[in-house]
Design a protein around this ligand. Sequence first.
Ligand code: DP6
Length: 323
Amino acid sequence: MRASAVAHPNVALIKYWGKRAAAGNLPATGSLSVTLGGMQTQTTVQFSAGLAADEVSLNGVVDAGASARVTTCLDMLRADAGTQLRARVESWNDFPTGAGLASSASGFAALALAGAAALGLEPEPSRLQEVARVGSGSAPRSLFGGFVQLRNQGEGTVCEPLLGPAEWPVSVVVAITRLEAKETGSRPGMRLSEATSPCYPVWVETHEADIQRALQCIAERDFTGLAEVSEHSCLKMHAVMMTSRPPLMYWSPATLACILAIQALRAEGVPVFFTVDAGPQIKAVCLSEASGRVEQVLSAIPGVLRTVSSPLGEAARVTQRDA
Ligand code: DP6
């Protein structure tokens, strides 16, 4: 009743920000992401009769904060398996946790896979995605490699790969500008924006056009077009965040310095664009041939603490299963 799985974090090029009113942690819009192969979460789940409650540790430290969401996901798998057994969950990230690198996405993708395998379940892809999504809205995307799309469909979501990691050699250089945890987490931040930003309805209304444009650019390997629509989606999301009341200001001065440096690089002909999530880190998406130059420029910007470069990665997978 023990299994381990590995999943990689992902970064959205066309973001989602906002949830549907229904239960199940359903996003208001779809999204489109790339999976980062250079970083990973490894999670081991062991169900055993001796436990009174699920126990969760992250990088060797008991993580009481994560337990409620983990238990919600494991409850779904326990219902499928017809068991009441509690589990010990050990998760290790080989990249900075809480530094805006979507550790919740890789964490819940790995949890869903390892939890199902530990219980001997072979869930339908849609069920596995649902379990991951209840943990974190961006987690189903980490179940897949390369370029990934998440779509709203009926009462749920469907997630599927668009291009494998080798089909378009793209890399992501993450510039870390602050290591402390963010002030407002994604979930309360989204609720605030839904309720108070006058830009929120426009964000939702114009979202599908951005997805369609990005799909076209990916199909045609049109990096310049993808850069334009991805930066637009990112800035539109931050416009929603910044016009919430009170405002959600996730950027640091170094975030803006990196944005300007990336725009200057692109004007020089370097194939790179920026994206920023609910935190101050910058993710520079570039054709892999340009990643050295991009890393060199970003690491020299005052306020950039370190950079991490990653090619695109493979789908999440079960790495060990014991009866
Ligand atoms: C800004 O999916 O991490 O990164 O469901 O509360 O865990 P929870 O939120 P999460 O939010 C991601 C928000 C984002 C945009 C994106 O990844 O699409």
